[in-house]
Design a protein around this ligand. Structure first.
Ligand code: PMP
Length: 360
């Protein structure tokens, strides 16, 4: 088979060595005669896996002791509801609208009815091509939280500097740059991320929450209640056991490869190569304001729908999978998460040069 480079925004490329390790343990995990998929979540073998995953994540992200780590289901999308439901009932919740996923988070919070949702800044006026400035005086200090999307997967922007929210906890949808950009967990009240980009297969959602934010609501459906999941060590019901196992292998891989700072450094280098090509091209361009450009999701366009289509068709033939831009914005998008190899970026650049020479 020819080399395939998977530029998918998620589910995304996983480290080959992780997949191979999972393969080698698939049928018989640690001589148990069973697959991880077949283990009881109450077994000591699985307990070791989930505790190991938590310990590694705490180490990689330097998570303070007064934060809980939860392994949940329902995707980042369920967090659009769980966050306001647990943290902002009968209160004000602030949002910065930086893209399609922020918009969904805002719209889900509004559906709850007893939450005063206030969008304090937005970049919708320019197709979400930048991160809006927020001043501390724009942040009412009686709000329950300020929600941001640290990396906008579809539009390709990133918060490199967090807003100064004073005493208002920042809640971050970190789905597309968790473990890829080195944030300080203590700057946030809660972080959530769907696993399927930098952590492992889809089906697992990671929530990191400060203790003092847990347990503000008396009655909630158990599955929607952070305090229930926290009290039960993410085992109130059956957790996504195989997803947790895969996450643990990915965390080990990140640690072996130098940790999150190293990942950020490598991701920056990969992104810089591609942005350099885009910025020096007479055919391709980036729709994003340079200072806010994501190192994880890099959209680019030719300016012609026809040429974009041709590029995408020819790219697939060359083994560049999933490089087509999100259906809502078109063009192309290269998602370069931790596991995406530098060689894939080099190959893409060669292909772009050839395409430009033939079509520019
Ligand atoms: N937020 C962001 C920033 C995302 O990129 C995505 C998925 N691509 C989601 C939320 C939704 O995640 P899920 O599919 O896990 O619900």
């Amino acid at each position: 088979m020819n080399t395939v480079y998977n530029f998918s925004a998620g589910p995304a490329v996983l480290p080959k060595s992780v997949l191979e390790k999972a393969q080698s343990e698939l049928v018989n995990y640690e001589n148990s005669g069973m697959s991880v998929m077949e283990l009881s979540h109450r077994s000591s073998l699985f307990e070791t896996i989930i505790q190991g995953a938590e310990t590694l994540l705490r180490e990689l992200m330097n998570i303070p002791d007064n934060y809980k780590v939860l392994f949940l289901q329902g995707g980042a999308s369920l967090q659009f509801t769980m966050v306001p439901l647990n943290l902002a009932q009968n209160r004000k919740a602030l949002y910065i609208n930086t893209g399609s996923w922020s918009k969904k988070a805002i719209s889900e919070a509004k559906k709850l009815g007893n939450i005063e949702v206030e969008v304090i800044a937005s970049s919708e006026d320019k197709n979400f091509s930048y991160i809006p400035e927020v001043r501390k005086e724009d942040i009412p200090q009686d709000a329950a939280y300020l929600h941001i999307t640290t990396n906008n997967t579809i539009e390709g922007t990133t918060f490199y500097e967090l807003p100064d929210a004073g005493n208002v906890p920042i809640i971050a949808d970190m789905s597309s740059n968790i473990l890829s950009v080195d944030y300080n967990v203590a700057d946030f009240g809660l972080i959530y991320a769907g696993a399927q980009k930098n952590i492992g297969p889809a089906g697992l959602t990671v929530v990191i929450i400060k203790d003092e934010l847990i347990g503000q609501v008396d009655v909630l459906s158990s599955m929607l209640d952070y305090s229930v999941h926290a009290k039960n060590g993410s085992m109130y019901n059956t957790p996504p056991t195989y997803g947790v196992y895969m996450a643990k292998l990915v965390f080990e891989w990140i640690k072996e490869h130098g940790g999150v700072q190293k990942m950020e450094e490598l991701n920056k280098a990969k992104a810089a190569m591609l942005y350099n090509e885009i910025d020096h091209s007479t055919l391709f361009s980036s729709p994003v304001t340079p200072k806010d450009r994501s190192i994880n999701n890099i959209p680019f366009v030719t300016g012609s729908d026809e040429l974009d289509k041709k590029f995408n068709q020819e790219a697939v033939k060359e083994g560049f999978e999933n490089i087509k831009g999100h259906r809502s914005v078109g063009g192309m998008r290269a998602s370069l998460y931790n596991a995406f190899p530098k060689e894939g970026v080099e190959a893409l650049i060669q292909f772009m040069k050839k395409f430009e020479a033939e079509n520019g």
